[in-house]
Design a protein. Sequence first.
Length: 363
Amino acid sequence: MIRERGLAVSTSKYGLEVGTPGFKSVGPLAFGPDGILFVGDNAGAAIFAIDVGDSDPVSEHKAINVENLDTPLAAYLGCSREDIFIRDMAVHPSSQNVYLAVMRGRGEAAIPVLIKVGTDGSLSEVSLENVPFSQSLIEDAPAEDDPRIVARDKLRTVTVTDMAYVDGMLMVAGASNEEFASTLRRIPFPFNGDTQTNSLEIFHVSHGRYETVAPIRTFVPYEHNTSLLASYTCTPVVHFSLKDIKPGTQLKGRTVAELGAHNRPLDIVSYVRDGEEYLLVANLNHPLSKIACKDIDRQGPLTVPDRTLDERRDGPLSPLVGVPRQDLPHPGVRRLANLNGSYVLMLQEDAGIHLRSYATATL
């Protein structure tokens, strides 16, 4: 049965059909037009578009703060805190509710779940039965038995690493089954057109070579969606121009920063403060980094190693290579999202997992 809330309009407009999407896993999240939620499924090599029926706009901009979120979440899901793995976070553009991609459990027994966190901190599961949805299969996904490993991950598990909806296109970073596996896909939405793909090449400063296999880990569109800033493991930060991009070609990025070796980027978000656009990069082993977008354009490409090979074997690179950035005092940041333009929402982890909002004026 179709629930009331104007679903017929969005169903016909975006080519959605009512049914039960067959998730095998949940990973990257992104919101598109009219609050359509895109969900990456690496195990199933697919991307789902779901009308989550969350269209009530809020009348004022509010901060969202939930301390020790993992405790009520574990109770809600009926498992231990150690069996909760939050894969991504996204904020609904009108309701400002927070959506979490959660894997409950480990290994083949893990169950994919979508959780909604209300602006009041309440938890609810997003129903995936009899919902309007569509899907796009990733035809060039790495095979499940592809032996290639990138940063300890099987290539299939990084088929989709991050997503963003831009001007009628769902932009998808990840890996393919090609020799040059690092790929940027552009999928028209509604899912009724051909996927456009580009293989990617960057200079990896800490490895001292050009890289075409390891995928983008996280990215964000900026400059009115004409550019992408992407970050890779170990940790080059790379600018890609979206102007005059042609499908089927190799897209070469301009490495503009090196955040330091032995590190994995986790998320990037953009925000505006005092009329200037800034980016925040959350890292697994390095502090939260702040970059001014205007400085990216001034930075020439990094095309040589920071040290000789022998020196780099002795320890990590200095994190002060390339575009200027500032380390911010926000520890344990695992996910980032822009919350109504007034706040940046951070999922922070220490002994527990917390949702915390920080006013953009303070960042």
